[in-house]
Design a protein around this ligand. Structure first.
Ligand code: TXA
Ligand code: MG
Length: 367
């Protein structure tokens, strides 16, 4: 079924806000900016709205959604209980790009939101427009990233239109998003913080907020976990200790561009550049149209059909902001072999590398 998708430009965002909030209150679905990526929102209490979100994205129904609130105090309407560590995290990072997986209050949201789990993922976005929209709609907003499933997340309103025009009721344009990667998803269990998906709040920031006595563990990302023991197993299996990794295609193709992608990591600059250039040359000879996602320091040293400047090796923040837009541009221009340089995995670099790995389907070489 095709619907008319309204578009509210950034200059008219206040007028758009009113209309969009009314559509949400009536059970419609609207894409809106957050500080991370654009979300596709609907009333989390309405199964009709939530079904439309899943349908518009083509998202598997067993992957639960994040519920967005305007105000941190409202978390009690969704969560059954909050422990001290969770409280500390909310105080430190809300509003902001941190999502907490909490025990769900029975009946607070549609069972479709939580995919039938006994937990609900909650966050308070830092984007002012997002918070105003939630407040004016009067709904807790279930909102996954506003892309078709499997496509890079949208960091601009036009990315949303590319993927979802005709499938959703409207798009509120708030300009390009700031962080560029999704929120960090955490679960607190037995006093420990498990990072289920690295994102806008770094491991180092989490650790600093709770102090040395609380352990911060990088667990398997993008997995649905309900109990601590299972989480340990998932953690182990991802590290490849308890089972051989399954087909990378199954595990990693989340944020994939249409073309093939190769991630190259190396400490030695000259070696790294030489290897990337060689891969680019070989791919060109095979008839591929090649893009290199390069750090600023190396841009002038590459020859390929397209060389993207992703920002300095010392500022992965810039690379994070531009990654999804760059991948989309590769698709648009028909660039079908993308070689990306790896960044150091500190700070936001951890989330960046996580997304680069997913986008490349585990196709990774260390030189
Ligand atoms: O930055 C973001 O988080 C963006 C913006 C729009 O807020 N949203 C986003 O949503 O990235 P989505 O649906 O693309 O990713 C939600 C992640 C998924 O990995 C999902 O499995 C996980 O959160 N998740 C949701 N509910 C969960 C739950 N109850 N337990 C464990 N993981 C959960
Ligand atoms: Mg997503």
């Amino acid at each position: 079924m095709t619907v008319e998708t309204k578009y509210w430009p950034a200059e008219q965002s206040q007028a758009g806000l009113k209309e969009a909030a009314a559509v949400l209150a009536a059970g419609g679905v609207i894409a809106f900016p957050t500080e991370t990526v654009y979300g596709l929102g609907g009333d989390a209490r309405s199964s009709v709205a939530v079904k439309r979100i899943f349908a518009a994205k083509g998202r598997p129904s067993d992957n639960p959604l994040i519920v967005h609130l305007a105000d941190r105090e409202e978390v009690h309407t969704l969560a059954e209980r909050i422990n001290d560590v969770e409280q500390a995290l909310m105080s430190a990072f809300w509003p902001g790009p941190l999502t907490l997986v909490l025990p769900v209050r029975e009946g607070a949201v549609s069972k479709l939101v939580t995919a039938g789990l006994d937990t609900v993922a909650v966050r308070v976005p830092a984007n002012e427009l997002a918070r105003q929209l939630i407040e004016q709609s009067g709904c807790p907003l279930a909102a996954p990233s506003a892309n078709r499933s499997g496509r890079p997340s949208p960091t601009q309103a036009r990315h949303v239109m590319e993927d979802l025009d005709g499938r959703i009721d409207g798009v509120l344009d708030g300009g390009a998003t700031g962080v560029g990667l999704e929120s960090t998803v955490v679960r607190v269990l037995e006093g420990k913080i498990y990072i289920l998906r690295p994102g806008g709040i770094t491991r180092e920031q989490l650790q600093e907020a709770v102090g040395k006595t609380v352990e911060v563990i990088v667990a398997a990302e993008d997995r649905v976990q309900t109990e601590a023991p299972k989480m340990e197993i998932a953690f182990d299996s991802v590290a490849g200790r308890t089972e051989a990794p399954r087909s990378p295609g199954i595990k990693y193709t989340h944020y994939a561009p249409k073309g093939e992608m190769l991630l190259v990591i190396g400490q030695n600059r000259d070696k790294l550049i030489a290897f990337v250039q060689q891969q680019a040359n070989e791919a060109t000879l095979r008839g591929c149209r090649v893009a290199v996602l390069s750090c600023t320091e190396h841009v002038s040293r590459y020859q390929a059909e397209a060389v993207f400047d992703c920002g300095s090796m010392t500022t992965p923040i810039k690379a994070a902001q531009s990654l999804y837009a760059n991948l989309r541009e590769c698709d648009e221009r028909g660039l079908d072999f993308i070689i990306a340089e790896g960044y150091p995995e500190e700070g936001i670099g951890a989330a960046l590398m996580n997304r680069l790995r997913k986008a490349s389907g585990g196709n990774e070489i260390i030189v």
